[in-house]
Design a protein around this ligand. Structure first.
Ligand SMILES: Nc1nc2c(ncn2[C@@H]2O[C@H](COP(=O)(O)OP(=O)(O)OP(=O)(O)O)[C@@H](O)[C@H]2O)c(=O)[nH]1
Ligand SMILES: [Mg+2]
Length: 558
């Protein structure tokens, strides 16, 4: 259970990592990854780790050699000389430590081609059994952000930390920022101040003791090392500070395993800082969904107002009428068909004129409903684009700006997609219109007088010819439904005996139509809600509110 939690926590931290810009938060997060990886991969029985850390040129590599009594770490007067973590181990089983360390240090994407940030070398030293002593890169030089991860990770791995300061560096902010990380981990901390003039030594040690007290950071000893002109290693090897420190380290390492440290408290302490941008982003996402909902709601109102309750709803009625004509099978039509057949080979304009059409708008001109829906869709997009633009103006996370870009580039695609959805809705809804026509026809069958008069009427015959033209010539519905013939036929029905019945059925149809269009509009909303997914994951967190909550809750169970 805890392992599962740790694994998902690790995945979450890895997602946060590339987006954290504040240096201190970043370093705290890498340290947290170290703590998590240590729990996940480092067995308690494995070798002990002594980690030497400090600012550049403080004398870390020099001290590693002094503590080991060997000349293994490379010392140089070049600033930021050590750039990889160098482990010197007395453990015989190099292979097994390497395997463990490979897992421990992996905090970059699995297939990243990054070069290893650490090296391991076996040494012979009978003083430290089953121990790895680490020389680490500095954490304060200009280049350090590029390589200090391994030092931070090692601080988390350490069973004991040795901090090396020089007389110019002990008050540096970077030093104290790193030390604050160790507050929660409870690793024994030993401090060296290097290159000190012996006459200043007491004073500097006092200042440091006070500073540690003030910062509430525990240490197991602070030692001063004098500035030596040359042959540092040779002359300091027997220095009392070095001897004392070596004994202290050996005693500490011999004690039972260092406490694991309180990961939970540590995570809780930094959690708000690490997730501040994520929280703003999730808030922005939430606002985006609310904006969409409110636009879709007004679109639903607009559809009712501009279509269902408007005079142009006639086009649905005309579709019903056309279907009804089909069902009526008017006998006189056969005679008319001859004429129609000769007409349909004519150009479209001539044909349309024959049926009393004033204007011809082409055979693909959209129906009224389609036009209304397309306009509604366009208006949703325009309004949302404006609102997203407003939010971008004071956007701290960059999320709104990214969304604006996506919305702008996807505008045409969205429109095309909506147009397809509208067409599909109309195709899917057609059977319901036909069903109403069926019902009216069945109703008419019960009233043979009306049925016969309809079949006989001149208007029906002309209208049937219109229907025929639509079916055979592929002429757009909208061009022809308003012909006088269709209007005459429609009014015969509406004003006739079944008029009342028709209107009642039409009301029911409207309700179903409204529901179908609500579904359609909700799909528009879904398309819009999915837009943030198109934003590159380099730019925003790929974390949703649910995942965030699950992980946040899981910290309490650690
Ligand atoms: N004269 C003198 N030089 C010292 C003393 N301690 C360290 N040095 C020199 O200071 C320089 C830096 O020492 P290193 O041990 O390489 O320092 P470091 O902390 O490992 O430095 P980076 O790896 O660059 O971060 C080297 O030239 C050392 O010889 C000392 O007590 N006296
Ligand atoms: Mg060094």
């Amino acid at each position: 259970m805890v392992l599962n939690n740790l694994n998902s926590l690790k995945g979450f931290l890895l997602k946060l990592k590339p987006k954290i810009t504040a240096a201190q938060d970043y370093q705290a997060l890498v340290y947290a990854l170290g703590l998590v990886n240590k729990r996940l991969y480092v067995r308690e029985s494995s070798s002990r780790n002594v980690v030497i850390i400090g600012p550049t040129q403080a004398g870390k590599s020099t001290l590693v050699n002094l503590l080991l009594g060997l000349k293994v770490a490379k010392v140089s007067a070049l600033a930021a000389f050590t750039r990889k973590a160098n482990g010197f181990t007395t453990n015989d089983d190099m292979q097994s430590i390497k395997t463990t360390l490979d897992k421990f240090f992996a905090i970059s994407p699995v297939n990243s081609s990054q070069k290893p940030t650490w090296l391991l070398r076996q040494i012979q030293n009978s003083e430290y059994k089953n121990t790895t002593v680490w020389d680490t890169p500095d954490f304060d030089s200009v280049d350090a952000p590029g390589y200090k991860e391994s030092s931070l990770m090692l601080c988390a791995l350490a069973d004991l930390v040795v901090l090396v300061l020089s007389k110019e560096k002990y008050a540096d902010l970077a030093v104290w920022q790193i030390l604050k990380l160790s507050k929660f981990s409870k690793r024994p901390l030993l401090v060296f101040v290097n290159k000190i003039d012996p006459k200043d030594s007491e004073q500097i040690l006092n200042i440091l003791h006070n500073k540690f007290k003030q910062e509430n950071i525990e240490n197991i000893g602070i030692f001063a090392l004098p500035y030596i002109k040359e042959d540092v290693a040779l002359k300091l090897a027997e220095h009392k500070s070095v001897i004392k420190a070596k004994n202290l380290i050996k005693t500490k390492l011999a004690e039972s395993q260092a406490p694991q440290g309180d990961i939970k408290a540590y995570l809780k302490y930094y959690w708000t800082d690490w997730t501040r941008s994520l929280t703003s982003e999730l808030q922005a996402k939430n606002t985006w969904h609310k904006l969409i909902s409110s636009e879709i709601e007004s679109a639903k109102d607009a559809y009712q107002r501009d279509y269902l309750q408007s005079a142009i709803y006639g086009d649905t009625r005309q579709k019903t009428m056309l279907k009804l004509l089909e069902l009526l099978e008017i006998p006189q039509l056969a005679a008319t068909l001859g004429t129609i057949r000769s007409i349909i080979t004519w150009p479209f304009r001539t044909l349309a004129k024959n049926f009393g059409l004033q204007t011809t708008t082409g055979k693909n001109s959209p129906g009224n409903e389609q036009t209304v829906l397309l306009e509604i869709q366009e208006s949703i997009n325009i309004k949302l684009l404006r609102k997203v633009g407003e939010h971008s103006a004071d956007d701290k996370t960059g999320w709104w700006r990214e969304l604006w870009q996506v919305l702008k580039t996807q505008e045409a695609t969205l429109q095309a997609q909506s147009a397809r959805r509208i067409k599909q809705y109309q195709i899917d809804f057609a059977p319901q219109i036909h069903e109403v026509a069926q019902k009216i026809y069945q109703r008419l069958e019960k009233e043979p007088a009306t049925l016969n008069s309809l079949r006989a009427a001149r208007a029906s015959v002309d209208a049937a010819a219109v229907l025929f033209a639509i079916k055979t010539a592929g002429i757009g519905l909208n061009d022809l439904v308003l012909t006088p013939a269709m209007l005459a036929f429609t009014s015969m029905i509406t004003e006739g005996a079944v008029g009342h019945y028709l209107r009642r059925e039409e009301e029911k149809l409207k309700t179903r139509q409204l529901m179908s269009v609500f579904e359609l509009l909700d799909k528009f909303g879904q398309d819009l809600a999915n837009l943030p997914a198109a934003v590159s994951q380099d730019k925003i967190f790929a974390i949703d509110a649910k995942e965030f909550k699950t992980i946040t809750d899981s910290i309490h169970k650690l």
